[in-house]
Design a protein around this ligand. Sequence first.
Ligand code: AMP
Length: 221
Amino acid sequence: MNLLIIGPQASGKGTQAENLIEKFGLAHVEMGGLLRRVSKEDSELGNKVREVINSGKLLSDELVVEILNQHLSSLGRLDNILFDGFPRVLSQAQYFEKFLEKKGKKLDAVIYLTLPREITFERLANRRTCGTCGKVFNLKTKPPKKEGVCDYCGGNLVVRSDETPEKIETRLNEFEAQTLPMVTYLKQKGLVEEIDGNRPIEIIFADISERLKKRGLVKNA
Ligand code: AMP
């Protein structure tokens, strides 16, 4: 099965993505992470990607599609993938639909995590990200074992440069203006499972698993 996970910042998308890939053996294709890796390169492309990410705005479709295609060819398959962060706008969803169709593949379901705006701000104030491996922690709900240090790789935990209150505001506005129309489109196709993200992690994951089971996509929820 191929899944897409969508949600505003701090909706728990990364945590649920980790659960999904582990439980159902999916490959994780995470656009934000891929782009952040490119943004660290000291090249024209790296500088351009860094500049746009730091502004909180979205990159052009051409650029993300190019970076995605490179990654998918290195992955070597188009099955059992959890797409995360792509497609993110209507034009990308329409492109992606055709792209998969040409290869005889499709998207089987979309997990859409919802979260009230004020909770997003509250959660992000407590969020720390590993500057080395990108793993995400929350000082309240998922603290690192040692303050300021990543449990996984020992890297330093930092506040992401696009997670200041002003940047969060811009990104949430982008989400509402650009991603919600895509969600409406995918809903019309009957693909969307809307999940309340303002609940404990395990309850949300049980809900997601149950919905996938009801769709006949997994056996053991
Ligand atoms: P994320 O971590 O998913 O919020 O992604 C971080 C940043 O990468 C976004 O704020 C955008 O600037 C950029 N980005 C990620 N995915 C896409 C996409 N599908 N299309 C355009 N820009 C993207």
